[in-house]
Design a protein around this ligand. Structure first.
Ligand code: DC
Length: 222
């Protein structure tokens, strides 16, 4: 049976950085489910479908095929055969994703695909509902969080490094709004699974968090 590690938590908690490193250490596949939702949102935006129009979004879901591959340890996401990694990290796509990921049709499609992947290989999957809904039987579940201020500062530094003009207060506000949307939607809201281990990364280094995850996997495997 495949060994599955589920990592959930709010935006900016460091899930992808941590999950990617831990997967490398363990030689597991890393699956970033946020990227899959982002690819779908990109499709709707490109087609001129308003993310707020649930009926139109749901109807268009059958036109979409999302696939993944790994290149040099990095996940590549394909939208109907096109590698869209370069287009899914914009603010516009992020906002649209937060809206469309609340719809049943969108979630059903990706949940099914995620379960198929998890059944076929040892992997670390990160997202919002992996431990609660997608992989309730995952052998290790982690809920990774950090304070809004910490997450805001991390994002602020990332944007500054890219030379983008931004305001810390605005970034924190956007994070609060995103949390609110992700935690309060009707279907698969972001929440800690009962059997998940809570890790607050506010005062931890990346290495400390990765080591904590490796420890938890080791405990379960032995
Ligand atoms: O982790 P991220 O920022 O790439 O996620 C983008 C959006 O997708 C975020 O608003 C929450 C949503 N998402 C989700 O609803 N379920 C998942 N398993 C992963 C992401």
């Amino acid at each position: 049976m495949a060994f599955n590690v589920a990592i959930d938590g709010p935006a900016g908690a460091g899930k992808s950085t941590i999950a990617k490193r831990a997967a490398k250490e363990l030689s597991y596949i890393y699956v970033d489910t946020g990227a899959m939702y982002r690819a779908m949102a990109l499709y709707f935006l490109r087609k001129g479908i308003s993310p707020k129009d649930e009926e139109a979004v749901s109807a268009a879901c059958d036109e979409i095929t999302v696939t993944l591959s790994t290149e040099n340890g990095d996940q590549q996401v394909f939208l109907n055969g096109e590698n869209v990694n370069a287009f899914i990290r914009t603010e516009e796509v992020g906002k649209a994703t937060s809206i469309v990921s609340a719809y049943a049709k969108v979630r059903q499609k990706l949940t099914q695909l995620q379960r198929e992947l998890a059944a076929s290989a040892d992997l670390i999957m990160d997202g919002r509902d992996i431990g609660t809904c997608v992989l309730p039987e995952a052998q290790v579940k982690i809920y990774l969080t950090a304070s809004v201020e910490t997450r805001g500062k991390r994002r602020f530094l990332e944007l500054q490094e890219k030379g983008e003009i931004c305001e810390l207060e605005q970034i924190c506000e956007d994070i609060r709004k995103r949390d609110e949307q992700d935690m309060n939607r009707e279907i698969s809201p972001l929440k800690q699974a009962k059997d998940a281990v809570l890790v607050d990364s506010s005062n931890m280094t990346i290495e400390e968090v990765v080591n904590r995850i490796l420890e938890l996997v080791e405990q379960k495997r032995s």
